[in-house]
Design a protein around this ligand. Structure first.
Ligand SMILES: Nc1ncnc2c1ncn2[C@@H]1O[C@H](COP(=O)(O)OP(=O)(O)OP(=O)(O)O)[C@@H](O)[C@H]1O
Length: 289
């Protein structure tokens, strides 16, 4: 078991014995719980002699009984608990790129969301070594504070209406980022890496391609200088050249400061793996480092 003291000196983000459950509501058809009512109802149906004995009053009782039976055979929502992540432990080291692969549905995105503080863990621990003297535990840190340091680049970027520039400036209108300010020069430099001119900033977000939306999403997140970047298939919607440019940009970001780490989920092992320091694999919720 990893403890905050036993983790590697270089470890930036450490997680230990993380379990994640889902409480997914499932609709089932219930028609077995009210056998007695069924029996009673069929008795009433079959026994026409009794029915005749009880004129209108008995007829209404009969109707009530059959209606009740129908109500009880309605679909019912039950909670079906599943284990999505089983006892996952690992460390993301400073300056390193860790690549996470695994079959579809194996739990890679769930793990990223949990590490980013966007989904709850059932048990286990996650902590961030902010610097030599400061350590933060996910259970004792506010969600906003955690997410400014451990950022998730989601698979499907959400952009607002307006220009690329409006989208890039958006985070600075949030209370959490009130102490930092938008740096246009930084963006122009990054656009150079991505082979885009400054005119890109004025483009309407509504007319961007899927790949361009991902570029905007990446810049919007990187400008806030997180320490740990969690990437969920960021190059999936990009052509080979743009994907390469984005990889260069992200590797440059990783190496620009010592206190940074990246965890990169991908199915495209050929392009990313050559850059990886570590390779993890996920199989049916079990993480193999
Ligand atoms: N919020 C949720 N509630 C319940 N189940 C979920 C939830 N999110 C994901 N799952 C389930 O967890 C399993 C793992 O999903 P996940 O998105 O992590 O897969 P993945 O490995 O990232 O797949 P892919 O490579 O296709 O993106 C799936 O069976 C999915 O249906």
């Amino acid at each position: 078991m990893l403890t905050s003291d036993s983790s590697n000196d270089n470890a930036l983000l450490v997680f230990d014995d993380v379990w994640v459950h889902s409480n997914r509501p499932t609709t089932i058809h219930v028609n077995h719980t009210d056998d007695n009512i069924f029996k009673d109802a069929s008795k009433t149906t079959v026994n026409s002699a009794s029915k005749n004995l009880f004129s209108n009053a008995s007829h209404s009782i009969f109707n009530k009984l059959t209606r009740k039976t129908a109500d009880r055979t309605h679909n019912q929502q039950v909670t079906d608990e599943q284990v999505l992540i089983k006892a996952a432990s690992g460390q993301l080291a400073q300056g390193q790129l860790t690549v996470l692969t695994g079959a579809s549905g194996s739990g890679k995105s769930v793990l990223l969301r949990v590490l980013a503080g966007l989904s709850p863990l059932a048990t286990g621990n996650i902590w961030l070594n902010v610097d030599k003297n400061q350590q933060q535990n996910i259970h004792e840190t506010s969600a906003i504070e955690w997410r400014t340091q451990v950022a998730l680049l989601a698979q499907h970027p959400q952009l607002i209406e307006g220009s690329v520039l409006d989208n890039l400036q958006l985070p600075y209108s949030l209370h959490a980022n009130q102490h930092s300010s938008f740096n246009i020069d930084w963006h122009i430099k990054q656009l150079g890496f991505l082979q885009r001119s400054q005119a890109f900033l004025q483009q309407s977000a509504a007319h961007l391609s899927g790949g361009e939306r991902q570029l905007v999403n990446t810049l919007r997140l990187l400008q806030l200088q997180p320490q740990v970047l969690l990437l969920d298939e960021p190059t999936a919607a990009l052509d080979a050249e743009t994907a390469n440019n984005l990889i260069q940009l992200l590797m440059h970001w990783l190496q620009a400061e010592p206190h940074r780490a990246m965890l990169w989920v991908t199915h495209d092992t050929q392009t990313i793996l050559p850059f990886a320091n570590e390779h993890w694999n996920m199989q049916a919720g079990t993480l193999n480092g």
